[in-house]
Design a protein around this ligand. Structure first.
Ligand SMILES: NC(=O)c1ccc[n+]([C@@H]2O[C@H](COP(=O)([O-])OP(=O)(O)OC[C@H]3O[C@@H](n4cnc5c(N)ncnc54)[C@H](OP(=O)(O)O)[C@@H]3O)[C@@H](O)[C@H]2O)c1
Length: 355
């Protein structure tokens, strides 16, 4: 019998070839609860994997070890974190290529979510020598981009094709209509939006169903709770929280600005500037307190809080580190008590804007 959308079930995952078990952490990873993305979207683990940081945005002065990143993607599939999030602009392009190489021979086990609608206009012209990017929602750009993404990903379709940003210069209906053509052509099974208002979701829905909305959402970024989160719950839309670990801050990775790697996007974000960062340490401390009290890790607490926001919420923590992946997977087996949730809900707003 088919389950109603958004209802979690317990399923066994084969765990072929995976020997990583974060036994010292609270939470089990020998199975992962699953949910569906939207009313008619694919089934995925309740926690996914963001691949961006394997190729882009963070710590770009340190050379990447592709074999380790590939092993992280393989382990994610083994652990049931089947939703793998990427974008054509990550790299640009190299992150999709990496995901494609990692999924060779494993394609049928992954739910690929990629994005279109941001383009790199100068490979080193952005802050700290990073690519300078801008929205491009022109229909002709979208039509060409899907084929290029599929080629890089080594597949003939993606489960989820997302509009990375709404282009202020192009009516959303036109951009979304071009994404819908990818569905009609069988190149994408479902469509998602990213960083949108309820009004923009409504306008897109009038053209083609919206399966997911991706937004920054974490213990220190809660803007979506006011409107987008309840709208998605009411309308059968999956919500994919990005940067769910506060780009590493919420799990205690950084205690001063100087600890941020060189050539790292976080160096230009207001919340990571020295004064704000120092003030925000209290937030990471509150997450740590709850984690210590219940025998979990801060990452598991931050992710379990998101999972508790509704059966339609599937966070996509990013990591290129095997131990962190196993840690994050453990959050799927962690149920926070009402008292834990109340403590986390009471964490104050951070100092500094998120962008
Ligand atoms: N739609 C959008 O506009 C948008 C924007 C940003 C991100 N995203 C998506 O969201 C995904 C996740 O966001 P994000 O990568 O920005 O932020 P994040 O998931 O909040 O944090 C990633 C950072 O946390 C570290 N980390 C991960 N798990 C950890 C653990 N258990 N313990 C300690 N540190 C841990 C990672 O380290 P290592 O990397 O060193 O392992 C990395 O530095 C991205 O990969 C991307 O797919 C989408």
């Amino acid at each position: 019998m088919n389950e109603p959308p958004g209802i979690r079930t317990i399923r066994r995952h084969p765990l072929t070839g995976c020997d990583r078990q974060p036994a010292e952490h609270h939470g089990s990873t020998d199975s992962m609860r699953t949910t569906t993305l939207g009313t008619s979207g694919p089934e995925t683990g309740v926690i996914g994997l963001g691949a961006m940081g394997m190729s882009f945005a963070y710590d770009m002065a340190t050379p990447r070890d592709e074999a380790t990143s590939v092993s992280v993607i393989h382990a994610a599939l083994d652990l049931g974190m089947t939703l793998i999030d990427t974008a054509d602009v990550y790299g640009p392009f190299t992150n999709e290529e990496l995901v494609g190489r990692a999924l060779a021979g494993r394609r049928d086990r992954a739910v690929i979510a990629t994005k279109v609608g941001m383009e790199a206009i100068d490979p080193t012209g952005g802050p700290g020598g990073s690519p300078l990017v801008r929205p491009n929602g022109r229909p002709e750009h979208v039509r060409a981009a899907i084929d290029a993404s599929l080629r890089r990903l080594g597949t003939d379709h993606v489960e989820l094709y997302q509009l990375h940003r709404v282009d202020p210069g192009v009516p959303i209906e036109e951009t979304w209509g071009a994404l819908a053509e990818a569905v009609q052509a069988g190149k994408a099974l479902h469509l998602g939006l990213s960083e949108v208002s309820v009004e923009q979701i409504r306008r897109a829905e009038a053209v083609h169903p919206v399966t997911t909305v991706q937004s920054e959402f974490s213990l220190w970024t809660r803007d979506v709770q006011a409107e987008v989160l309840p709208y998605c719950a009411e309308h059968g839309i999956g919500l994919l929280p990005y940067s769910p670990l506060g780009r590493g801050f919420l799990v205690g990775r950084f205690s001063s600005f100087d600890e941020l790697p060189l050539n790292d996007q976080r160096r230009r974000l207001p919340r990571f500037q020295q004064d704000a960062l120092r003030a925000n340490l209290a937030i990471a401390g509150r997450v740590r307190e709850v984690a210590d009290r219940i025998g979990a890790t801060p990452a598991q607490v931050a992710l379990a809080w998101l999972v508790a926001q509704g059966p339609h919420v599937v966070p996509i923590p990013g990591t290129k580190t095997p131990a962190y992946l196993a840690d994050n997977a453990g959050a799927a087996g962690l149920t926070l008590s009402p008292a834990d949730l109340a403590d986390l809900d009471a964490i104050p707003a951070p100092e500094g804007a998120r962008y």
